[in-house]
Write a protein that binds this ligand. Structure first.
Ligand code: ASP
Length: 427
């Protein structure tokens, strides 16, 4: 299959999956064959196999590609500069995202006059969120193999960077190992290509399952909340990122958005920034033209610490819960929300649903009842899918902006139309 065909197939799979799921939800979920066998077994098994196969690549790919990237930089100062820029961009855009979310939520005021009794049937028990000190200590793994086995991204990134730096410092031995890692990297990328062929079926099943189980009814009681989160997500992508791209790189942001479509679909269907890392790295390098040394560092780091979409949900949710419980928030409270949510995004893992757990930390900070999370949990899956698509777009936008400032962006590739052929299909 030609890969531009593959892109279309993936889009269609998503569309038909959504339509089929919606129809099943409205007419057929009473039927045990549909609910238990089709949705509960067929869609579930194929969907989960697809997600597992994506996750399967994350740890080896991040390790190998980060080691290659760091070794290719060949210079610790450059690494420090990249890290500084990434942190600045990630924290800055997250703070911007949440400020935007709070502003719109305050103006529209979702949740005012909300019938608390009607939707409090679900309960929510907050899990303990890690403290900031813990997050910092855990940056350094006491055992890198354990960090890999448990898929802990920040310690894995830390170890991989050190390993790459050591390769640069190790002279001849380092050169030999670097060459081997480059070969491993080529093989990992080929694995991504293999997986992509399975993507349309996987995405179809995931989307059909979600829509069959969720339907659109869950949105109705929370329509206001849902729409405010969705609108801010859209504004953040189409206004904040496009402006930043235009102002900081001078490139056409629309090309970037167009080339991000496939990655966004992956993020949407898996609701996991981590699972999207392999596709995002491949896409950012091959289609958008970011050099491997930048993409392999900025994308996994972003998937771990940069969660603009999640911060947007948390901002709107805070205002919604305050309104629903009739609690007034002060300007100081809002500032606390901006700070806490920005920091919380560092500790939010790129897997489904964690944003909601970290919301507990934000609510605690301003003295709002954590049980309020039970009000919004019903629509969270759909919003999780949407915000994850925004999260990964932010990571790739950072990679482009930082690569441009480092002279590590191939503009020929960026503006090239059918880069699809460069990616995915190498037969
Ligand atoms: N699912 C999100 C992600 O992977 C995190 C969250 O907001 O729950 O980026």
């Amino acid at each position: 299959m030609k890969s531009s065909d593959l892109t279309t197939t993936i889009l269609l799979a998503m569309l038909f999956g959504g339509i089929l799921g919606g129809i099943l939800n409205i007419f057929f979920m009473e039927n045990p064959f549909v609910s238990d066998f089709l949705v509960g077994n067929v869609f579930e098994v194929i969907g989960q196999i697809f997600i597992n196969s994506l996750k399967m690549l994350v740890v080896p790919l991040v390790f190998i590609s980060l080691v290659c990237g760091t070794a290719a930089l060949g210079d610790i100062n450059k690494l420090g500069r990249l890290g500084g820029k990434a942190l600045l961009f990630y924290l800055g855009t997250t703070a911007l995202a949440i400020t935007l979310a709070l502003s719109l939520a305050i103006i529209i005021a979702p949740g005012e006059g909300f019938e608390l009794s009607s939707t409090t049937a679900q309960t929510f028990t907050a899990k303990e969120s890690p403290s900031i000190a813990e997050t910092i200590i855990n940056l350094v793994p006491d055992n890198p193999i354990k960090a890999m086995a448990e898929g802990e991204m920040l310690p894995l990134i830390f170890f991989s960077l050190l390993f790459g730096i050591a390769i640069v410092m190790a002279g001849e031995s380092g050169k030999r190992i670097e060459a081997q890692f480059n070969d491993y990297n080529a093989i990992m990328m080929q694995l991504v290509v293999i997986l992509m062929k399975f993507a349309p079926v996987g995405i179809f099943c995931l989307i059909a399952k979600t829509f069959a189980l969720q339907g659109f009814d869950v949105i109705k009681p929370l329509l206001g909340y849902f729409l405010v989160v969705a609108s801010v997500l859209v504004i953040h992508v189409f206004v904040t990122y496009t402006l930043l791209l235009k102002l900081l790189t001078g490139l056409s942001p629309w090309i970037f958005l167009k080339k991000m479509r496939e990655v966004q679909i992956f993020a949407f269907s898996t609701a996991s920034s981590n699972a999207t890392i392999p596709i995002n790295i491949e896409n950012t390098e091959k289609k958008i033209g970011v050099d491997n040394s930048v993409a392999s560092f900025i994308i996994p780091l972003g998937a771990t610490i940069n969660m603009d979409g999640t911060a947007i949900m948390q901002g709107v949710a805070t205002v919604f819960i305050a309104n629903a419980f009739g609690i007034d928030l002060t300007a100081g409270d809002y500032l606390a929300v901006i700070l806490t949510a920005t920091l919380a995004s560092i500790g939010t893992a790129g897997v489904p649903g964690v944003g909601l757990i970290m919301l507990a930390m934000v609510l605690n900070q301003v003295g709002l009842p954590v049980e309020g999370i039970a009000l919004i949990i019903g629509v969270d899956r759909l919003l999780d899918m949407m915000r994850t698509a925004v999260n990964v777009t932010g990571d790739a936008a950072a990679a482009v902006i930082i690569a441009k400032s480092e002279g590590a962006l191939n503009q020929g590739v960026y503006y090239q139309r059918n880069t699809d052929e460069r990616m995915l299909v190498r037969e």
